[in-house]
Design a protein around this ligand. Sequence first.
Ligand SMILES: [Zn+2]
Length: 368
Amino acid sequence: MAYTVPKLEDYSPAALDKAVAELLAGLRQEAAAISSEGESKAFRDRWMARKNGILTQVNDLWLKAAPGPAKREVGTRVNNLKTDVEQIVDDAQGRLSGSASQARLESERIDITLPGIHRPLGAEHPVIRTMNEIVNVFRAMGYSVAEGPEIETDYFNFEALNFPPNHPARDTQDTLFVAGQEKKQQRDRLLLRTHTSPVQIHAMEQQPPPIRVVVPGKVHRADTADATHSPIFHQVEGLAVDTNITFCDLKGTLDHAMKALFGSDVNTRFFPSFFPFTEPSADVSVTCFKCGGKGCRLCKNSGWIELLGCGMVDPAVFKFVENNGYKADKISGFAFGMGVERIAMLKYGIDDIQLFFQGDMRFLEQFV
Ligand SMILES: [Zn+2]
């Protein structure tokens, strides 16, 4: 039961001592029960508030009410009480804040002997590493590096590369178009570039011939993901334009590049092919770098692996950049393009293209 200040009837020294002892016992009991900052503040107010605190009540009920002859006896005790109450209240608060700071120190304790947080060094992603390797082979031959936007217009992605208006690649089956552009002319419609070839046009618009440029980058197709297809993948494109560039230059350049990438004992083979922006066009195979041409599972027992497409720049493409010095009767050039994931898969023996994009550390850590 909480202590309340009684009215005094008996002002004898013995009765006064008893009243004081009861008050201090009540105070100590309450002090011991305090367990929070809020309780501590209420406790101090209850005992020491100027207005209606217990000390004030003692002053009113004991001292002021005391009859004249007893005033001296009561006054001494009330004065001593003030000192005692202050002391006990202060001690109780000190004990509480002491244990609070102790608890805080405890929770903030740092074990300086623990090892630090280990942040492993990152490593180049196998796709980026392969792309850089390809780019470096051509840089060593004097090519500069160009990049272009991943969101292209139909003009750069198709029209200026001599794709006819109804070419199946322009269909939404194959190409990811930006939505809501039905009002635009076809050549202005935005799409996610399906190859790095539009950068050929950007490069020729920016720089008159001669030009030697290699273009690494990300491309997109409306393909369903499976072991060999991904809606996003990477290409490296190349373009060389000058006077008197022939198919021999194309063959020599790519043969050298394939040897630099896969080893000096690989051979290259060129097959007729078709691309709208090159004429003639060719597909290039290299001797299987696993079996050396004898035939194995990787090369489907043919001894050869098809790696890239290429060809002489179609004069119709030069028409689109004629104003920047690309006169089809004065200059000639070749272009080539290769899929980075395909080369990385062959090089590292990876059988699922999806592994490149799933971010699985168990896969990626093998390339550290
Ligand atoms: Zn083979």
